[in-house]
Design a protein around this ligand. Structure first.
Ligand code: BES
Ligand code: MN
Ligand code: ZN
Length: 567
């Protein structure tokens, strides 16, 4: 991870300087002060480059004087519409514009209004700087990105450092997910996946691994019919994070369940060759559950959570399931397997009913790259959201909006459920035709939740991105880690111990009276690479809003009220 430090504003002696500027900052005191320190170069450069501060606009001024290699200007758009997601995007744009720099300072003071703003920028920067290069052995050093350290310039470095601790844990979770999803299927098979999850024990997560024999004993006939064609044995991993007071153990845990098909050939209902390589990321749901557990444990979330993943490889072979086979699921319900390529639901069926029976959770949220049909419906902008609980669905939608991971609710209903009736068994694993394919898949899952409040996120369109995004290079996105972390923090970590006044942040001017010190006179409040520690209590929200727990990252990352007048 990029090394992040926080310090009072000062002209760096070398490296790059990034100025985040809202449209209103042009011609303001922030630019004025830097311009003075840069001997007039900034104002001339801004004019020559026609930099307007528009959202996402980035301009580089090379060799601006002093020891600096470059000044990068990143536009924030209109100040009033700035929120945490915008702050993160700015951090990401900054990293993308830094080219081959190895160190940079980012002046984050133009983003104010909430306590965690500099830490939000830092989060965007580290998320964008991540890269999966394990298998590139021939890349020339000069072609590798070099950025190793970023210093965030802000008025309250100590406060920003505190805010950073929980965000850093979330970034670690995101990186675990991205790494798992990026790995090729010859490396990341079910046993290897389970081994990697064992490493979460270091964070305090209890990890239990179930092998072929265990799953046979449990009667996982639905999940095992998927793995039976593969030389790779299946695994189910149960992860538990107990973050609440052990003395009052009456509360139900939250449950997150992931589809972990480490490779999906389709089985006997084999997929066409073109694009089949994408099916290495058919374990993204499980990858997100793993990253979420890492994030929650890493920031010591005050909540009890279970994470379950069903890990299998779907292959055609002499031992593979045939279309028409009937299997008996863990729940006792029988399934006619019409199409062996509709395997994700077969895996989730057993894991969902096992989870419900063993943990009786407050809710179950499952994630799965379940259907191509959801990509037809929603493209790559929203995940599909299906739920039997309106409140849960709403909270998921809202958490998604706050972190920029969007989910769109889709319907469920009797008429769709009828489509998976079978002539020979309790149900079949696909609907009649292609119509409503994502919905019939969700109906299938719903038959295994046994009345538990439940939501299903079909992430087939959002787990992987073909293009760079502000806070993620193209490839594995880890969509869902941030959303679910936010869901937990906002609604399930109890109330803050003591109400506190609103942060002074909304009075923060773009440039405070302190101004910019000379490098020589600066004391640096640095932070960054220390071990994760829980943040202190966060301020209480306005009356009527549920309060997230102390130490919950998201309190600070939370979107500030829209269009609140500043100053
Ligand atoms: N893993 C696929 C869904 C998928 C497709 C994910 C494209 C990402 C990109 C899933 O197992 C699958 O094959 N679904 C079938 C279901 C069909 C057989 C009813 C599909 O969507 O075609
Ligand atoms: Mn499939
Ligand atoms: Zn699949």
């Amino acid at each position: 991870m990029l090394d992040i430090a926080f310090a009072k504003p000062a002209l760096p002696e070398s490296g790059a300087l990034v100025l985040l500027l809202a449209e209103e900052d042009l011609g303001g005191t922030l630019v004025g002060e830097w311009d003075k320190l840069l001997g007039g170069h900034l104002a001339r450069g801004l004019a020559a480059a026609e930099f307007k501060g528009r959202k996402g606009q980035a301009t580089t001024l090379y060799a601006p004087g002093g020891g600096l290699s470059r000044v990068v200007l990143v536009g924030l758009g209109k100040r009033e519409s700035l929120d945490a997601a915008g702050a993160e995007a700015a951090g990401g744009h900054a990293v993308a514009a830094l080219g081959r720099e190895s160190v940079a300072a980012i002046d984050a003071r133009a983003i104010g209004g909430w306590a965690g703003a500099p830490a939000d920028v830092a989060l965007g920067a580290v998320l964008r700087a991540w890269r999966f290069d394990r298998y590139r052995t021939k890349e020339k050093p000069e072609d590798k990105p070099r950025l190793g350290a970023v210093k965030m310039l802000c008025e309250d470095p100590a406060g920003a450092k505190t805010e950073w601790a929980s965000r850093r844990a979330i970034a670690e979770g995101v990186f675990l997910t991205r790494e798992l999803v990026s790995e090729p299927a010859n490396i990341l098979n079910p046993p290897e996946f389970a081994d990697r999850l064992r490493k979460l024990e270091k964070l305090g997560v209890e990890v239990e691994v179930f092998g072929q024999k265990d799953l046979e004993k449990l009667g996982f006939g639905s999940m095992l019919c998927v793995s039976q064609g593969s030389a790779q044995p299946p695994r189910m991993v149960v992860m538990r994070w107990n973050g609440t007071d052990q003395r009052k153990k009456d509360s139900k845990p939250l449950a997150f369940i992931g589809k972990g098909v480490t490779f999906d050939t389709g089985g006997i209902s084999i997929k066409p060759a073109a694009g089949m390589e994408d099916m290495k990321w058919d374990m993204a749901g499980a990858g997100v559950v793993a990253g979420l557990m890492a994030a929650l444990a890493g920031r010591k979330a005050k909540v009890d959570v279970v994470g379950l993943v069903g890990l299998v490889e779907n292959m055609p072979s002499g031992t593979a399931t045939r279309p028409g086979d009937v299997v008996t699921s863990y729940s006792g319900q029988t399934i006619e397997v019409i199409n062996t390529d509709a395997e994700g639901r077969l895996v989730l069926a057993d894991v969902l009913s096992y989870c419900k029976k063993r943990f009786d959770p407050a809710f179950m949220v499952n994630l799965a790259t379940l259907t191509g049909a959801i990509i037809v419906a929603l493209g790559n902008e929203h995940a599909g959201l299906f739920s039997n609980d309106d409140g849960l669905a709403r909270r998921i939608e809202d958490a998604g909006k706050a972190v920029g991971e969007l989910a769109w609710r889709m319907p469920l209903g009797e008429a769709y459920d009828r489509q998976i009736r079978s002539e020979i068994a309790d149900m079949k694993n696909v609907g009649g035709g292609r119509a409503g394919g994502s919905i019939t898949a969700a109906q299938f899952l719903q038959r295994f939740v046994d009345g538990c409040p439940w939501a299903h996120l079909d992430i087939a369109g959002v787990a992987w991105s073909g293009k760079d995004q502000p806070t993620a290079p193209k490839g594995a996105t880890a969509w869902g880690v941030r959303l679910l972390d936010r869901l937990v923090a906002e609604h399930h970590e109890g109330r803050a111990a003591e109400p506190r006044p609103e942060p002074a942040g909304n009075e923060t001017a773009a440039v405070s009276g302190a101004g910019i010190a000379n490098a020589a006179t600066l004391s640096e409040g640095t932070a960054g690479s220390e071990p994760i520690e829980p943040a202190p209590d966060m301020p209480a929200p306005p009356a009527g809003e549920p309060s997230p727990a102390p130490g919950a990252a998201p309190r600070g990352t939370r979107r500030p009220p829209a269009r609140r007048p500043r100053r």
